[in-house]
Design a protein around this ligand. Structure first.
Ligand SMILES: NC(=O)c1ccc[n+]([C@@H]2O[C@H](COP(=O)([O-])OP(=O)(O)OC[C@H]3O[C@@H](n4cnc5c(N)ncnc54)[C@H](OP(=O)(O)O)[C@@H]3O)[C@@H](O)[C@H]2O)c1
Length: 241
C-alpha cells in the first residue's frame, strides 16, 4: 500500500488535468492519472517530480465513457496503490453548436463524459474514500455550471448536471468527513478553448497552473471552514457578472 495519499485525476493527459497532477505530486500526493492517450499520460507522469521512485505516478489509459470503465478504473487504482484519498473529476469535452443544431447524439456524448462518467467514478470510489483519513472529491465544473452561454447547450446542460449531483453528494457524505468541492472556471488556456474559441486572445486566459493551485488549496484546507464552490473568472471579465 502506498504510504502517500493517492489522488486519482481524470483527464490528466494534458491541459488542466496535467497541471493538477503536477501540483498534487508536489503537494505530497501520489498521482494516479487517467485519460485515453497513453502517450499524454506518460508525459504528465514524467512531470510529476514530487512523486518519488517507488511511489511514482501511476497511469491508466482508459475511455471513461465505455460501459464499466469508471468502476474498472477504481479497481485498478486500488490494486496498484492500495488506497484512494482524493478524486479529481476533470476529464471533459466541449461542443460549440447552436441549440437547434445540437443533436441527441451530441447531447448523449457530452452528458456521458462530463456528468455520467464522474458520477459513476465517484460512486465506485466512495468505499475507498471512506477509508481515507482526509478524503475529498474535487469536480471541475465550469462557469456554465451556473450560467448559460450561446452555442453551448449540451455542454452547459452537462456542467449543470455535474454541479447538481455534486451538491447532493456533498450533503450526503459530509458527516463522514469526505469533502466535496466544485471549481467553476472561465476560460483556461488549453486545447479545449483553442478548439471552440480560437478568437480569444490567449494572453488573457487563466493558466492551467492557476486552477491546479486552487485544487491544492481546497484539499489542503481541512480546518473548520469548508469551501463548496470556487468560481474563477478571467481577470479581463467583469467581476460577479
Ligand atoms: N479550458 C477551459 O476554458 C475550461 C473552462 C472551464 C472548465 N473546463 C473543464 O476543465 C476540464 C479539463 O479541460 P481542459 O481545458 O484541460 O481540456 P483538454 O485540454 O481538452 O483536456 C481534456 C482531458 O479530458 C480527457 N478526456 C477526453 N475524453 C475522454 C474520455 N472519453 N475518457 C477519458 N478521458 C477523456 C482528455 O484526454 P484524452 O484525449 O487523452 O482522453 C484530456 O486529458 C474539463 O472538464 C472542462 O470542461 C475547462
Amino acid at each position: 500500500m502506498s504510504s502517500k495519499p493517492v489522488a486519482l485525476i481524470t483527464g490528466a493527459s494534458r491541459g488542466i488535468g496535467r497541471a493538477v497532477a503536477v501540483a498534487l505530486s508536489e503537494a505530497g500526493y501520489r498521482p494516479a492519472l487517467a485519460a485515453r492517450s497513453e502517450e499524454g499520460l506518460k508525459v504528465s507522469a514524467g512531470l510529476c517530480t514530487g512523486a518519488e521512485a517507488g511511489t511514482g505516478a501511476l497511469i491508466f489509459p482508459i475511455d471513461l465513457t465505455r460501459e464499466g470503465a469508471p468502476e474498472q478504473l477504481t479497481g485498478m487504482v486500488l490494486e496498484a496503490a492500495g488506497r484512494l484519498d482524493l478524486l479529481v473529476n476533470n476529464a471533459g469535452a466541449v461542443l460549440s453548436r447552436s441549440f437547434e443544431e445540437t443533436g441527441g447524439d451530441d447531447w448523449d456524448r457530452l452528458m456521458a463524459l462530463n456528468a455520467r462518467a464522474p458520477f459513476l467514478l465517484t460512486r465506485a470510489a466512495l468505499p475507498a474514500l471512506r477509508r481515507a483519513p482526509e478524503a475529498a472529491v474535487v469536480n471541475i465544473g465550469s462557469v456554465v455550471s451556473f450560467k448559460g452561454y450561446e452555442m453551448q447547450a449540451a455542454y452547459t446542460a452537462s456542467k449543470h448536471a455535474l454541479a447538481g449531483w455534486t451538491k447532493v453528494l456533498a450533503r450526503e457524505v459530509s458527516a463522514e468527513g469526505i469533502r466535496v468541492h466544485l471549481i467553476a472556471p472561465g476560460g483556461v488556456a488549453t486545447d479545449l478553448v483553442r478548439d471552440v474559441r480560437p478568437d480569444i486572445d490567449e494572453s488573457g486566459l487563466i493558466s492551467p497552473e492557476e486552477i491546479a493551485r486552487a485544487v491544492v488549496f481546497l484539499v489542503k484546507n481541512r480546518g473548520n471552514a469548508v469551501i463548496d464552490v470556487l468560481e474563477i473568472h478571467r481577470a479581463g471579465k467583469i467581476p460577479f457578472a
